[in-house]
Design a binder for this molecule. Structure first.
Ligand code: NAD
Length: 343
């Protein structure tokens, strides 16, 4: 099986993973015209797509996936849609859950409705391993129940369930990917890896939640995008695919690697009050995706070397993002352990 698209809508294309996906498709599938839809929230950045501006075969549209009229109009002019658009930061979802419910659930429903109305051949929803919740032992398979534990994860699971209901009730040709934690260039500096890299460059403390046992499976963003590309073009309709590397990495190890690559002292590590409802472990069984023909190409060390170098060389990209609202959020979120004890 191999699908071809003449015009594809990439929603959430100005974010971290969406823009990486656009980069991959422009390079590998130049015959597919791409329309990029993005609301440009604080996490969306036109600079992430600047290289494609005025390029034939690429068009940027500013708009909200919750806007049914707009989405319907666009859906009538494309063959298929891939949705990256979401509110994505767990810590922010603890402070403002409604933005997550709105975009990640209602927005997904609006896209499903438009895909159905226009008889699209595929609708691919980019989801996350966080929908499985905390995984103390073993590895999550695609058949496991969804047990989300943060408003972010619950909203993503809600979007998946709406999409699944469209597949069952209306025959929506749905594909879902559940990726593990991504890292790489262009990641907004609120997620742990770019927080650590950009803080270390500036000799600022590297915050680590004080329960040191949390582990994540970090997949290099381009590997994740290759998996989405493979699923979009080759997977049987109706299937769900986990995307991850199988390597378990603690926050402590992230900090150590960053400090080592930048030649900074371990004294920069600062333990902060733990996140409420913290999932301590995610772990994916990725055999289904491997059977489809995917394996990660970039190991953690190589990916971190590339990522650290990118942030060192692109300070003009991230410095303007670390200002104003960013620091308000940052101070609300990271409370040094000592302050926590005296609350
Ligand atoms: P991001 O926060 O960097 O980007 C999200 C993008 O969506 C931004 O450009 C933002 O402007 C846009 N957006 C937000 N609300 C919108 C709306 N209502 N309408 C249109 N655009 C809107 O996120 P990311 O890390 O690139 O994640 C992309 C997708 O991948 C998300 O669906 C996320 O759940 C999923 N995912 C992320 C990770 C990760 O580690 N970052 C892992 C697995 C899955």
């Amino acid at each position: 099986m191999s699908r071809k698209f003449s015009r594809l809508l990439v929603a959430g294309a100005a974010g971290f993973i969406g823009s990486s996906f656009v980069r991959l498709l422009r390079r590998e599938r130049p015959d597919t015209e791409l329309w990029a839809l993005d609301k440009l929230t604080y996490a969306g950045n036109p600079a992430n797509l600047a290289e494609f501006e005025n390029q034939p075969g690429f068009r940027f549209l500013r708009g909200d996936i919750c806007d049914g009229e707009l989405v319907n109009e666009i859906a009538g002019q494309v063959d298929a849609m891939v949705n990256f658009a979401a509110e994505t930061h767990v810590d922010r979802s603890l402070m403002d859950p409604f933005a997550f419910v709105n975009t990640d659930v209602l927005g997904a429903a609006v896209l499903c409705e438009a895909a159905r109305a226009h008889g699209h051949g595929v609708f691919l929803l980019v989801s996350t391993d966080e929908v499985y919740g905390d995984v103390p032992g073993g590895r999550s398979t695609e058949e496991d129940p969804l047990r989300p534990r943060s408003p972010y994860a619950a909203s993503k699971a809600g979007g998946e369930l709406i999409a699944r209901s469209y597949a069952v009730s209306h025959g929506l040709p749905l594909l879902v990917t559940r990726g593990s934690n991504n890292y790489g260039p262009y990641q907004y500096p609120e997620k742990i890896i770019p927080v650590h890299i950009t803080n270390a460059i500036d000799d600022l403390p590297l915050p680590l939640y004080n329960d040191r046992s949390a582990v994540r499976d970090y997949v290099y963003v381009e590997d994740h995008c290759r998996a989405i590309d493979l699923v979009l073009h080759e997977a049987p309709l109706g299937e769900v695919y986990n995307v991850g590397t199988g390597r378990e990495t603690s926050g402590n190890e992230v900090a150590q690697v960053v400090l080592e690559l930048l030649g900074k002292p371990a004294s920069l590590i600062e333990y902060v009050a733990d996140r409420p409802g913290h999932d301590y472990r995610y772990a994916l069984d990725t055999s289904k995706l491997e059977e489809l023909g995917w394996s990660p190409r970039v190991d953690f060390r190589t990916g971190m070397e590339r990522t650290v170098r990118w942030y060192q060389e692109h300070q003009d990209w991230w410095r303007p993002l670390k200002s104003g609202e960013y620091w308000d959020y940052y101070r609300r979120n990271y409370r040094p352990q000592q302050a926590d004890a005296t609350r």
